[in-house]
Design a protein around this ligand. Structure first.
Ligand SMILES: *Cc1c(COP(=O)(O)O)cnc(C)c1O
Length: 267
C-alpha cells in the first residue's frame, strides 16, 4: 500500500484515513473468503465512488485499487475524465483493451436512452434488466469502430440485474422473466453475459440479506446449466452485508460508505 502516492491527491490525514478504511474492507472481504474456504483473489472489490470527488478516486488508484463503481452516467463520465487527468491513467474499459488504468463499473439504473453514453466506457455494466436496453446496447456497439490492429469488434461485458426481493419500485428483471431475458441477450453478438447482480431490500442487519444472496446464486446456477454457459459472476454485497455476500458466493462486491465514508450531498 502506497501512502505517499495517495497523499499526492489528498491531505496526509485524509489520505491515511481513506487507505485505512480501504484496507479494512479488503481485510473483511479476504477474511470472509477464507472462512468460506474460498480464494480471496477470486473476489473483486468495487469501490463505489458515487457522490465522492475525483481526488478520492485518484488517491485510491495511486494506492493500487483498480475497480470503481458509479451510479449516474453524467457524474461517472465527468469523474472518469478527471481521474484520467489527475493520474495520467485513462479508463481500462473494453475487454482486451489492456492497460493499467481504473476499471469502471456501471451499477446504477440504466435507461435505454443512455445506452449510447455507456457502451465501451465501462468494463462491466451490472444493471442490464430489459431486452429493449440490451438491444440498444448491442446496436450502439455495432456502430463503434473495431478495436486495435486486429480489428476486433467491440464486445461489452454485462450482468443481468435481478429484482430479487420482488419489490415493486426496484429495477431489475423479475426472477420469472430472467430465462427469457438471458436467451434474448445470448442472441446479441456484442454483449457478453457474465452473470447476475442484485440489491436486496435493505435492513440494518446484514444477515437479513442472506436468503436473497442464496437465491441469486441458485438462479445463476440454474441459468448456467440451462444455457450451457459458465456465468462466473455474482455481483452482490455492500458495506453492511459484504461478509454475508462472500459467504453466499459473491465474486464481485460493491462497497461505498465503508471505503469512502458517508456520501456528501450529490453535486
Ligand atoms: C451505493 C451503492 C452501493 C454501495 O453502497 P454502500 O452501502 O455505500 O456500501 C452498492 N451497490 C449499489 C447498486 C449502490 O447503488
Amino acid at each position: 500500500m502506497s501512502d505517499n502516492a495517495a497523499s499526492a491527491f489528498l491531505p496526509p490525514d485524509a489520505a491515511r484515513a481513506l487507505l485505512d478504511r480501504w484496507a479494512a474492507v479488503r481485510a473483511r472481504v479476504d477474511g470472509a473468503a477464507r472462512a468460506a474456504g474460498r480464494d480471496p483473489a477470486g473476489i473483486t472489490l468495487v469501490a463505489v465512488s458515487k457522490y465522492h470527488p475525483a481526488v478520492s478516486v485518484a488517491a485510491l488508484v495511486a494506492a493500487g485499487q483498480r475497480d470503481f463503481g458509479e451510479n449516474y452516467v453524467q457524474e461517472a463520465l465527468r469523474k472518469q475524465a478527471e481521474v484520467a487527468d489527475m493520474t495520467g491513467m485513462g479508463p481500462d474499459a473494453l475487454p482486451g483493451a489492456g492497460g493499467e488504468g481504473p476499471r469502471w463499473h456501471f451499477i446504477g439504473h440504466l435507461q435505454s436512452n443512455k445506452a449510447r453514453d455507456v457502451v465501451g466506457r465501462f468494463a462491466l455494466l451490472h444493471t442490464v434488466d430489459s431486452e429493449t436496453l440490451a438491444r440498444k446496447l448491442d446496436q450502439r456497439l455495432a456502430a463503434m469502430p473495431a478495436q486495435g490492429a486486429g480489428g476486433v469488434p467491440p464486445v461489452q461485458d454485462i450482468l443481468l440485474q435481478v429484482n430479487i426481493g420482488d419489490e415493486a419500485q426496484k429495477s431489475g428483471v423479475d426472477p420469472d422473466e430472467l430465462p427469457a431475458l438471458a436467451d434474448a441477450v445470448l442472441a446479441l453478438p456484442r454483449l457478453r453475459l457474465l452473470g447476475l447482480m442484485c440489491m436486496p431490500p435493505i435492513f440494518d442487519d446484514g444477515e437479513a440479506s442472506r436468503p436473497f444472496f442464496a437465491r441469486l446464486r441458485e438462479l445463476r446456477d440454474g441459468l448456467a446449466v440451462r444455457m450451457g454457459l459458465p456465468l462466473p459472476h455474482l455481483s452482490m454485497g455492500m458495506s453492511h452485508d459484504v461478509e454475508v455476500a462472500v459467504a453466499e458466493g459473491a465474486t464481485i462486491v460493491r462497497v461505498g460508505t465503508d471505503i469512502f465514508g458517508p456520501r456528501p450531498a450529490r453535486g
